[in-house]
Design a binder for this molecule. Sequence first.
Ligand SMILES: Cc1cc2nc3c(=O)[nH]c(=O)nc-3n(C[C@H](O)[C@H](O)[C@H](O)COP(=O)(O)O)c2cc1C
Length: 329
Amino acid sequence: MTRSLSIVVDQALAAAVRAPSPHNSQPWRFAVDGDRIEIWLDRDRVLTVADPEAHEARISCGAALLNLVVSLRCQGVEPRVEVLPDESEPDLLALVTRDGNHRVAVEDQTLADAVFRRHTHRRPFLDRTVPAGVRATFARAASREGAGLHFVDTEYAHLAALVRRAEFLQAGDDAFRAEAARWTRRHAASPDGVPLSAAGPPPDHDGVVALRESHLDPDLPVRAYEQQPLLAVVLTPDSGPAAEVRAGLAMQRVLLTATSVRVATSFLSQPFEVASTRDGITELFRPLGRPHTVLRLGYGYSAASWTGRRPVHDVVVPAGRRGRDGGWR
Ligand SMILES: Cc1cc2nc3c(=O)[nH]c(=O)nc-3n(C[C@H](O)[C@H](O)[C@H](O)COP(=O)(O)O)c2cc1C
């Protein structure tokens, strides 16, 4: 490694914060000491209504971890990654240390470039099939992180019903609506939350896709969405906090791989955010593993709509400075 360590780490953290998170809440903190980087869950940024148990927040931190790893490899550092959360320190999610040098390959550069090009695409996709060979690449990406990616097939109608049911229940929940309103329709320059420019057009009919109401721009003309979107579920063999971090690693490797072949992606998370539909989706995919998130994949035809991020110095805390009360000193 010829570059200075602090430049390498700064670059890796800049990649980490480009990870997706629900409502762009960015629920992460990084404690840095030389080449030792701890990833912490930031409880203050967990969505208390939509995600009270922080499932989605830990998935997001797993995605940030993957970006970090991809960036380090691309800079010639071989990272050693330990996924950590346990009962004694539940919010310390992962530790990354240096495990020697890495010979940079084309794939490292491809994924590292995708980190800064990936974004959530909330517009209609073309009715163009994602070829089987490309889908197989995505499934391999998930399995590289010890997870599975299942393309929804016979479960389609059942899953669509769960998405619509959750959306309906959330629409009638004042606390949920208030939380969504706080985080969405922000100004384009906002360092967190979802700007209106990243919202999609209202659909011309109630299709399967059911994008979140808070992620639609009512002032855009209605548009037809694809008839049968390609949906994929990220699954792990086990459940619990560590499995959620691993699901985030896998999800992000899939998203970056998709970005690298110009496949657009978005999320359908509503069923994971309502207790009854969460049980329903867990049951639906039980034979395959523990479901964590549903991705919508396809070919989009609009320019990127970027969301902001807090600067790295806002999310880095000095190592070993966490107080007994869990707060940072
Ligand atoms: C676990 C998880 C769940 C998400 N759920 C949704 C969702 O249901 N609907 C949606 O439009 N976006 C969803 N998102 C995407 C975020 O809103 C998006 O990542 C964030 O606004 C940052 O924007 P970007 O992905 O374009 O960088 C989710 C992201 C994560 C990580």
